[in-house]
Design a protein around this ligand. Structure first.
Ligand SMILES: Nc1ncnc2c1ncn2[C@@H]1O[C@H](COP(=O)(O)OP(=O)(O)OP(=O)(O)O)[C@@H](O)[C@H]1O
Length: 468
C-alpha cells in the first residue's frame, strides 16, 4: 500500500490538559502522515465558549512540541487554510450555513432545552431510542417568522434524509452501515450562534484537505452525520479510522474532564517524551519489533492495518519498562538537564558525568537521582535500618581494615577488595555489604566500584571511620 498526498490531523478541544488517550490519537495521526511523507495538521476546536480556555491551548501546543509531534500546518505555523482555531472561522461557517439554507437542508429550531428533555424522556419511556422528534421541521413559514419576530434565537438543524443507508469503510473497524432513519435531525449551529461539533469539524476537515481522520471510537456514531453533511455540501469525505479508547484502571475511558493522566503530570514526574511515544505506539497498535524505536522507526512501522479494535488499558508497569529503557538510552546531557536543580546543586562539577554514569542503571526518575546525590554528597548520611544491621554485623574491626586497605589502594576497587579479603578472611556479601552500607547508608544501589571512584577520598575516610 502507498498513500500519496496524505494529510492527517489532530483536532483537540482546549477544555483541559491532554491525556494519554488524546496524545495517542495525535501520535497515530502524526505517524501516519510521516510514514507517507504527508502533512500533519493541528486544529484547535474551541467552539465551546464556556469550557475552552487560552491556557489549555498553550498547554497543548507545549505538550505536543515536548513530545516531538510537530505539526506542519496549524497554530503558530500557519498554512494555506488559516486560521486554525475554530473560534476564528465563524465567517467561513456562515457561508456553508447559507449553502445548506439555499438548498433547503436546514431549518431553525426553537425547541427549548426543557422541551427537548421531555421529548427524550418520553421516547425512552416508550422504549424507543431518543432522537429529535422533528417538531420545528413542521413549522410553517409564518410560524417561523412569528417566532423570530418574538425575538427567539433558534438553533439550526440539519434535515436528515429518510430511508437512506450511510456507508463507509472504517480504517480500523472495516465496513460500517447506518440507517439514516435512526439519526434524528441534528443541530449544526447552536442558539448562541456557535457551530456544533459535527458541522465545524466536518467542514474544516474538508476545507483543509484532510484525507485521513484518525480519532477515538467515541466519534464513530458522529461519522454518518458528518458524511451526510459533507455530501449535502458537495465537499469531499475523508477516510475515517476510529481508534479503540484507552481506559484507566477503573475501566472507564480516560477523559479530559476528569483530569485523567495528563501528559503534564507524567512529564512533571520525569517521564521522557520518547518513552511515552514508545509506550503509546504499542497501545492498540502492534509492531513487529518490541524493542525501542525512534520516531522515524515508529512511523516506518505504523499502519492502520495494525490497529486493534479492543479497548486498550493503561498499564503503568509497561510504561515503567519503557522509562527504564529511555533512561539507559538518553545522552548524558539530556539526563543532566532532566535530574533537576536539586541534583545539580549537590554533585561537584568535576564528577557530574561520573555521577550520571554511576546512577544511570539504578534510576528511573529525577527523584531517584536526587536520592543518590543526597546519599553520595550530603553532609549527613542517613543510614537505612538494613545498612545499620550490616554495619553492626561486620563489627568495628572490619572498618579499621577497610580504612587501611583504602589508604593503601585508594579507589582501585579490585586491589582494595582483594586486600580487604586477605585482611578479614571474608568474601562475597559479608565483604561487600558492610562496605556499601558504610559508604552509602544503603544495602542496594549502584556498582560499588563506581561509588568508590565517585566519592571524595575525604568522605570515604570519614564514613569508614564513623563505623570503626
Ligand atoms: N480515552 C481515550 N482514548 C483514546 N482516545 C481518546 C480518548 N478520549 C478522547 N480521545 C480522542 O482524543 C481526541 C481529542 O479529543 P477531545 O479534545 O475531544 O478530548 P476528550 O478527552 O474527549 O475531552 P472531553 O473529556 O473534554 O470530552 C479525539 O480524537 C478523541 O476521540
Amino acid at each position: 500500500m502507498t498513500i500519496a498526498n496524505i494529510k492527517t490531523r489532530f483536532a483537540p478541544s482546549p477544555t483541559g490538559f491532554l491525556h494519554l488517550g488524546n496524545v495517542r490519537t495525535a501520535l497515530f495521526s502524526a505517524l501516519l502522515a510521516r510514514r507517507w511523507q504527508g502533512i500533519f495538521l493541528l486544529r484547535i476546536e474551541d467552539t465551546d465558549r464556556e469550557r475552552s480556555r487560552a491556557e489549555y491551548v498553550d498547554a497543548l501546543l507545549d505538550d505536543l512540541r515536548w513530545l516531538g509531534l510537530q505539526w506542519q500546518e496549524g497554530p503558530e505555523r500557519g498554512g494555506p487554510q488559516a486560521p486554525y482555531a475554530q473560534s476564528e472561522r465563524e465567517a467561513i461557517y456562515e457561508e456553508y450555513y447559507g449553502q445548506l439554507e439555499d438548498t433547503g437542508r436546514i431549518y431553525p429550531c426553537f425547541c427549548t432545552p426543557t422541551e427537548l428533555t421531555v421529548s427524550r424522556k418520553a421516547q425512552l419511556a416508550a422504549g424507543r431510542p431518543p432522537r429529535y422528534s422533528g417538531t420545528c421541521a413542521r413549522l410553517s413559514p409564518a410560524d417561523r417568522r412569528a417566532r423570530l419576530e418574538r425575538g427567539l434565537s433558534p438553533s439550526l438543524r440539519f434535515q436528515v434524509p429518510n430511508g437512506q443507508t450511510v456507508e463507509f469503510t472504517d480504517l480500523v473497524r472495516g465496513p460500517q452501515r447506518f440507517a439514516s432513519d435512526d439519526i434524528g435531525d441534528f443541530v449544526i449551529r447552536r442558539a448562541d450562534g456557535t457551530p456544533q461539533f459535527f458541522f465545524a469539524n466536518a467542514v474544516d476537515d474538508a476545507l483543509m484537505g484532510v484525507t485521513h481522520v484518525l480519532r477515538g471510537e467515541d466519534h464513530l456514531t458522529n461519522t454518518p452525520r458528518q458524511v451526510l453533511l459533507l455530501e449535502a455540501l458537495g465537499l469531499p469525505v475523508p477516510h475515517y479510522g476510529h481508534l479503540a479508547l484507552i481506559v484507566g484502571s477503573d475501566g472507564g475511558p480516560l477523559s479530559k474532564r476528569s483530569g485523567d493522566l495528563s501528559v503534564r503530570e507524567l512529564r512533571a514526574q520525569g517521564y521522557l517524551p520518547e518513552v511515552l511515544l514508545n509506550y503509546l505506539a504499542r497501545l492498540g497498535h502492534s509492531y513487529e519489533q518490541d524493542t525501542w524505536l525512534n520516531v522515524n522507526e515508529l512511523a516506518a512501522g505504523f499502519s492502520p492495518d495494525h490497529l486493534g479494535r479492543a479497548p486498550a488499558r493503561f498499564d503503568e508497569a509497561h510504561l515503567l519498562h519503557w522509562q527504564a529503557e529511555g533512561v539507559q538510552r538518553a545522552t548524558y546531557e539530556q539526563l543532566w538537564d532532566w535530574v533537576g536543580t536539586g541534583v545539580r546543586d549537590q554533585v561537584p562539577e568535576e564528577v557530574t558525568e561520573a555521577f550520571i554514569a554511576t546512577v544511570r542503571p539504578n534510576i528511573r526518575f529525577p527523584a531517584d537521582a536526587l536520592f543518590w546525590a543526597e546519599r553520595f554528597f550530603g553532609v549527613e548520611l542517613a543510614r537505612s535500618v538494613e545498612s545499620e544491621t550490616a554495619i553492626t554485623a561486620a563489627g568495628s574491626g572490619f572498618f579499621g581494615h577497610a580504612l587501611a586497605a583504602y589508604d593503601q589502594y585508594g579507589a582501585d576497587y579490585p586491589a582494595l577488595t582483594a586486600n580487604l579479603r586477605e585482611r578479614t578472611g571474608l568474601k562475597g556479601k559479608p565483604l561487600f555489604m558492610p562496605l556499601r552500607a558504610a559508604l552509602t547508608g544503603e544495602t542496594h544501589g549502584p556498582e560499588l566500584a563506581r561509588i568508590l571512584a565517585l566519592l571524595p577520598a575525604e568522605t570515604i575516610r570519614r564514613r569508614l571511620q564513623a563505623c570503626c
